[in-house]
Write a protein that binds this ligand. Structure first.
Ligand code: GTP
Ligand code: MG
Length: 170
């Protein structure tokens, strides 16, 4: 896939779909703002869901600073809910930067199997099922939400063989 040299990338995928793994593989660590890292920053615990509002406020603030400085920024959060994506589209527009969605669409069974194997996650399957439902609903609307590009990677193989190139868009 080709993405603009300067854009705001919203990764979209349920927990365990491999967003953080994908981000590590394709982007610089400093380009990636993850909701987990910001929960840890504001609450000492990346799983503290009660810290989400503050974590996202801090994440959006830093993302805004990066975009204002013309730096590609990747938001590593589930982004399966419309309001989460709307905030990112608005932020990109505010800074005259193109919002791009990259969707990691992985079967729920696979995400759940990976999650069970993780020492750093202890939520139940219903959490992933709910996210999967939100994702399914979202897929139809992504294009109309204001994303300039929507790249949907279907399944583990497409995700693991994806390559990212850059295009100048001016
Ligand atoms: P959350 O942060 O919980 O939303 O998950 P995430 O989407 O960031 O997933 P992450 O990249 O952390 O991957 C979840 C688990 O699956 C980790 O233990 C990864 O090592 C593993 N994983 C990621 N990609 C692959 C893959 O292609 N194959 C296999 N077997 N495991 C993978
Ligand atoms: Mg992650």
């Amino acid at each position: 896939m080709k993405i603009p040299e300067l854009c705001l990338v919203a990764l979209v995928g349920v927990s365990g779909s491999g967003k953080s793994t994908f981000a590590r593989k394709h982007f610089l660590p400093t380009q990636v703002l993850s909701s987990d890292a910001f929960r840890a920053l504001v609450a000492d615990d990346e799983n503290d869901q009660s810290a989400s509002a503050d974590a996202f406020a801090a994440l959006h603030f830093v993302a805004g600073k990066r975009l204002a400085a013309g730096r590609l920024t990747v938001v590593d959060a589930t982004n399966v809910q419309p309001h989460a994506r709307q905030a990112l589209v608005a932020l990109a527009r505010e800074h005259d930067v193109l919002p791009v969605a990259i969707v990691l669409d992985v079967p729920e069974d696979e995400c759940w199997a990976r999650t069970q194997a993780r020492p750093d996650r202890d939520f139940g399957r219903q959490v992933i099922s709910r996210q999967q439902r939100d994702l399914r609903r979202s897929l139809k609307h992504l294009g109309r939400e204001g994303f300039r590009q929507v790249h949907v990677l279907h399944g583990v193989n497409e995700i693991n063989t994806a390559e990212i190139g850059y295009e100048k868009l001016f």
